[in-house]
Design a protein around this ligand. Structure first.
Ligand code: NDP
Ligand code: GDR
Length: 326
């Protein structure tokens, strides 16, 4: 039975990746940072019904010794480094923490693997945010980077460290440059989930308006359940490499509002108001990925349409609020 070690197992992607790997017969071990609210931890794993099937072990991305100890103890075949301070907007308020967790944290993980179990295959969760102020209409593996937030700068450092460890030490280290991917397990602060939660509240009479920031930005949105498959596929290749993972379609925030509200029979323009509090100091205006390499080499393609994903998220949020109201 192969062993996978996942940092960020309690996040959106960690939960779906765990589900995928358990289904393939893996032993799944995850890094858990200590919390004073231990009983609340693991909500997403619980939602998927797999909390009792994974092993959660104490450690922290900022504590190298804990990572070395965990890798030495578990000797995983595959390491997926998904942990991060992942909310772009928060990275301007906490740039140093973001650098420590999202950037240096990845180096901690690479060092832990190199020192304690160098044969493990390594996946780094890189991001389309690294393209930032885009240098090409469609972004692929050859597009120059131009990060626009402390988060994106930290991710770019982690990306190049992954490439560097591959080239310096011969590690099987791959970097997945994933474009935005969403699901009912998306954190509530991210725009798609904020919108679908808002739709549910308005539909159920719990709210009448939804405050958002820049409605003109566009993103290439896919479903997290599809994207974790690409992570796994990267680590099954004979050679490590970097891959863009995207749908190839870009959609504005306003259009996502229209799709989500109309699924519940609502007109978004009756409810959405803009609020300067949700604008960013520097914006990434447009992202649209070119996933040709992932399709040709990994045989991967996005399976879920934006419309189906938005509908799934709206339905899940309506169901959640109904349970709370009962
Ligand atoms: P989430 O924000 O949902 O999850 C982040 C995870 O990191 C959580 O498990 C969190 O733990 C953990 N974490 C944060 N800080 C620490 C720390 N100091 N020590 C240990 N664990 C920590 O992110 P997603 O699942 O959406 O994304 C997964 C990864 O992919 C992230 O690195 C993200 O930046 C990257 N990414 C995501 C994309 C997306 O569209 N979702 C696109 C491209 C890249 P806790 O539960 O305790 O908070
Ligand atoms: P992003 O996701 O920054 O792309 O990073 P987010 O959903 O936060 O923002 C997407 C776009 O929506 C605009 N926006 C708003 N965003 C939020 N959160 N709240 C609002 O009210 C709002 N109004 C408009 C933003 O300005 C932005 O243009 C996500 C994260 O998962 C990263 O970790 C990951 O690396 C990238 O996707 C790819």
């Amino acid at each position: 039975m192969p062993t996978a070690f996942i940092t960020g197992i309690t996040g959106q992607d960690g939960a779906y990746l765990s589900q995928l790997l358990l289904g393939k017969g893996y032993r799944v071990v995850g890094l858990l940072r200590r919390s004073a609210s231990a009983d609340m931890v693991g909500e997403r794993l619980r939602w998927l019904g797999i909390i009792d099937d994974v092993e959660l072990l104490d450690g922290n991305m900022t504590d190298l010794s804990s990572l070395i100890r965990l890798i030495a103890d578990t000797r995983p075949d595959e390491v997926y480094n998904l942990a991060a301070q992942s909310f772009v907007a928060a990275s301007w308020h906490q740039p140093i923490l973001t650098g420590n967790v999202t950037g240096i944290g990845a180096t901690h993980m690479l060092e832990a693997v190199r020192i304690a179990h160098a044969g493990a295959r390594f996946y780094q969760a890189s991001s389309s945010e690294m393209f930032g102020k885009i240098q090409a209409t469609l972004q692929n593996e050859a597009t120059p980077f131009y990060p626009r937030s402390p988060y994106a700068v930290a991710k770019l450092y982690a990306h190049w460290m992954t490439v560097n460890y591959r080239e310096s030490f011969g590690m099987h280290a791959s970097s997945g440059i994933l474009f935005n991917h969403e699901s009912p397990l998306r954190g509530i602060e991210f725009v798609t989930r904020k919108i679908t939660d808002g739709v549910a509240r308005i539909k159920l009479g719990l709210a009448s308006e939804l405050k958002l920031g820049n409605l003109a930005a566009t993103r290439d949105w896919g479903h997290a359940r599809d994207y974790v498959q690409a992570m796994w596929l990267m680590l099954q290749q004979a050679s490590p490499d970097d891959y863009v993972v995207a749908t190839g379609r870009t959609t504005s925030i306003a259009e996502f509002c229209r799709i989500a509200f109309s699924h519940a029979g609502l007109n978004w323009q009756d409810h959405v108001v803009t609020d300067a509090a949700f604008m960013r100091p520097a914006e990434v205006d447009v992202l649209q990925g070119d996933p040709t390499k992932a399709r040709q080499v990994l045989g991967w393609s996005s399976q879920t349409s934006l419309e189906d994903m938005a509908a799934e998220m709206v339905e899940a949020d309506i169901a959640r609020h109904r349970v709370r109201m009962a």
